[in-house]
Every structure is written in C-alpha cells, then in structure tokens.
Write a protein that binds this ligand. Sequence first.
Ligand code: NBP
Length: 481
Amino acid sequence: MKANIGLIGLAVMGQNLVLNINDNGFKVAVYNRTTEKTDEFLTGPAKGTEIVGTYSIEDLVQKLETPRIVMLMVKAGTVVDHYIEQLVLLLDAGDIIIDGGNSLFTDTDRRTKALKEKGLLYIGTGVSGGEEGARHGPSIMPGGHPDAWNRVKPVLQAISAKVDGQPCCEWVGYGGAGHYVKMIHNGIEYGDMQIICEAYQLMSEGLGLSADEISSIFAEWNSAELSSYLVEITANILAYKDEDGSPLLDKILDTAGQKGTGKWTGINALDLGIPLTLIGESVFARCLSAMKDERINASQKLPKPVNRFEGNRQEALETIRNALYASKIISYAQGFRLMREAAKEYGWTLNYGKIALMWRGGCIIRSAFLNDIKQAYDSNPDLENLLLADFFVDAMRQAEPGWRKAVILSIELGIPAPAFSSALAFYDGYRTARLPANLLQAQRDYFGAHSYERTDRPRGEFFHTDWTGHGGKTASSTYNV
Ligand code: NBP
C-alpha cells in the first residue's frame, strides 16, 4: 500500500508531526538528508508504526499515492528551494508540496506562483506549538494554492489541536497568507514573552520577591483573564530548582536569541506604515539583552536611581497585573491591525475570528484571551481595531490606572519596561484626536518645502509658507512613503 503523504526533514518538528500523522491513521513515508537520523527515527520513536523510511527523494516520491502530497519540515530559506527544485523534476501536475517551516511569506508567495506555472499546487503553512504541539496537535495556518486545500484538509485538520471540537486549522488565503499569519503569531509571541519578562523583573528587582513567590503569583494569574500557556510555563520555570536546590532561572545567562520571525514582523509593519510598537520593542529588548559585555560596562559607569520600593506590595502586584493585561491587549490590537493592512495590501480576505480560533489551541500564544478576540470579530467582522470593541474598551478602562502606576514604578526604580511603557504611549497617542504632528508638518515645510494641509481647508489641499521671508515659492512633491 502506498503512503498517503511524504515528509522531508526529520528534526524535532518533522519527527513529531510524522508520529502525529501516523496516529491519525495516515500512512507516512519519510526522508532526511542525514540518513543516520532516518535510521534512528525508524528504530526509535517510529518503531512498530506503519511509517516508511526512504533514502532518496526519488524513492520517497515513488512510495506515494497519487496525486502526491509531500511536506517539507526543514530549515527555512534556500533549503526549501533546494528540495523544491528536486521535487519539481519528479512530481506530476496536480501533486502538492507543503512547506510547514517558518518561511518568509514573500518566499511562499513566489514559490506558489512559480509552481502554479508548472501545474503543481503549493501550500505554505505555519505550524505552531513546538515539539509538544507537533506531536499532539499544533495550530496550523495554511495558505497557498486554494485548489490544494480540499485535498490536504483531512490530514491537516486531523492532526491539529482542537478547541471545543473545532480544529485549530483553517484555510487562510492565497500565496503567502498562511506564512504571513504565522509570522504575526510569532511576533505576538515575542511580545507576550517580553511583557511577562517585564512583570517578572518588576516583581523580583522592584518588589524584592523570590522566585517561588513570583511563581505562585503567575500561577494565580493563570486562573483568570491572563490564563495562557506562556504564563503557565513561566510559573513552572520560576519554581524549577537546580541540583543545589536554588532556582535554575537565576543561573541562566540573560542574553536572548532569536531566529528572525519577530524581526520580519517589525520590518513588515514599517513597510506598511502600521505602528507595531510592542513587538518592535520586544525585538529590540532581545537585541539589547545580547549586548551583555557592553551592558556590564555601562552598569559600572551609568548610575541607577537610588529609589527603593516603599509602597504596598499587594497593590503594586495588582498594578503589574493590570500592566501585563493592558499591554497584551495593545499588542494583539496592533498585530491584528497590521494583518488588516496586509490583507488590503496583498489582496487577501482574512477572517480574523478564525485566526483567533486557530491560535486558541495548540500554539505557543494559546490563551483564554483569544476567545474574547474571536467574539469581538464574530460580532463585528469589519472591526477597525480591537481597541474599539466594547469588551476591550471596558477592559482598558479598568486596567489603565494600574498600568500607568506600574510604568511610573518602573521609571522611579530605573527598571526597564520598554513594552509596558511604549504600549501606554501608543494607547495615549491612539486615543488622542490631535497630535503634535501639526508642528512636525510645519518643520517639514520650513526646511524642505514639503507643504501641509490646513484644519480650516478641505483635506487634500496643500499649502507652502515662505517661513523666513527669503525662501522660494516652489513646494516639494506631496507623496507619502
Ligand atoms: P530545523 O529548523 O533545525 O531544520 C532541520 C532540518 O533541516 C533537518 O531535516 C536538516 O537535515 C534539514 N537541513 C538543514 Br538544517 N540544512 C539542510 C541542507 N542544506 N540540505 C538539506 N536539508 C537540510 O528543524 P526544526 O526545529 O524541526 O524546524 C523545522 C522547520 O519548522 C523550520 O523551518 C522551523 O523554523 C520551523 N518551526 C520550528 C519550531 C520549533 O519549535 N523548533 C516551531 C515551529 C516551526 P539534516 O538532519 O540532514 O541536518
């Protein structure tokens, strides 16, 4: 009997997805560049299963039923192109290639179009949930050639996580749409992690709480509106002891790594002109953390405020909880706003409620809060911004006073809270009808004759002033970048 699907790439994600697909009653053939890994997999985790090993791409393709489905679970970038080039020579029209790695959405767009020319159907799908998710049910965000969807839907929905019986896997849109939504997911993941880290530092350095005390606080927060996988694992991490009985966390070097999806999200936001401040700050916070030696040097030369926390701890904890919740709302509002702009720019019809549902289970950012987002979009699919949904208007109203106090506390104590504070600055800007950009436009016109619009004249009419009395009358073009 031929295999239903072939999978290339037997690292952590590939191996676990294959076992998951096998558990769901589909026969899988596998291939990996390093053949020892294939052998180790077949004699180890895959022992006793129906999984078939192959040692060449030709053999893998021959072992598949037609029309064929080949899934790539390899390092993003040129490795994906390398495998596509080989597969194109072996596959027939109507066969499907799925890239389940973290590919850049513009690469997926390019590949979808190029393979369509050759009669092949390409899917670029986000897969989130790490090792555990891949094994027991990840969140899956497929996009690409729509004709491939009905054929791969039974497999992808079967292996995905389920929430209230619904699969966390739905068709996202044409070309790079699936990988785009996965990129935004990862950006939001960066943001969620950063705000949790800021809460942790305020509690440890600011309020002087121990790792065990902070662990209990996160565990308690995990039972209400902040309930999420990342808060849950944070409580576990803080409670984890090294061999000598002290918290392992205290011994972990404070330099963060990154693989690029947060950076891509920030770059895309800059390209589309959408403020994505919280994710941007989260990427920069990782960059700053990596400048360890420079920071050590600066810590000896640049004195910190001598202020100490002297208030009521319980009240301060409540303000930090407010800051975490409000900042999280800002981050998701910014991320969904960026998706809305991308849909317009790239011609996609994105279903934001379904995206929230896909993220509700299986993935790293899964949280109770995504239900509230889904409900907001269910009641108004054209919602311009999550911050304008009644539920979030109320939530922000309640959290704002505490959030402001937590930011003030961080400033007074000299503890960095870039995501908490920039989110608050964004919020204050977003709900301000008149910003100081009038002065900015005047400055641009003064030095560069860039012209400005007037509040007492219709929009679209541009004026230039000779501010010094010795400038010319010629204005610059009024294009916006
Ligand atoms: P990796 O991202 O580490 O990729 C390992 C796979 O790529 C192996 O099969 C490896 O083959 C193959 N590979 C490499 Br590396 N260079 C190659 C080359 N030059 N030619 C052929 N094959 C090559 O594995 P992963 O962490 O399982 O992730 C797989 C994909 O899923 C990535 O795109 C990743 O970004 C994405 N992802 C990862 C996670 C996660 O939590 N790890 C979560 C979600 C998505 P070899 O065995 O011969 O070296």
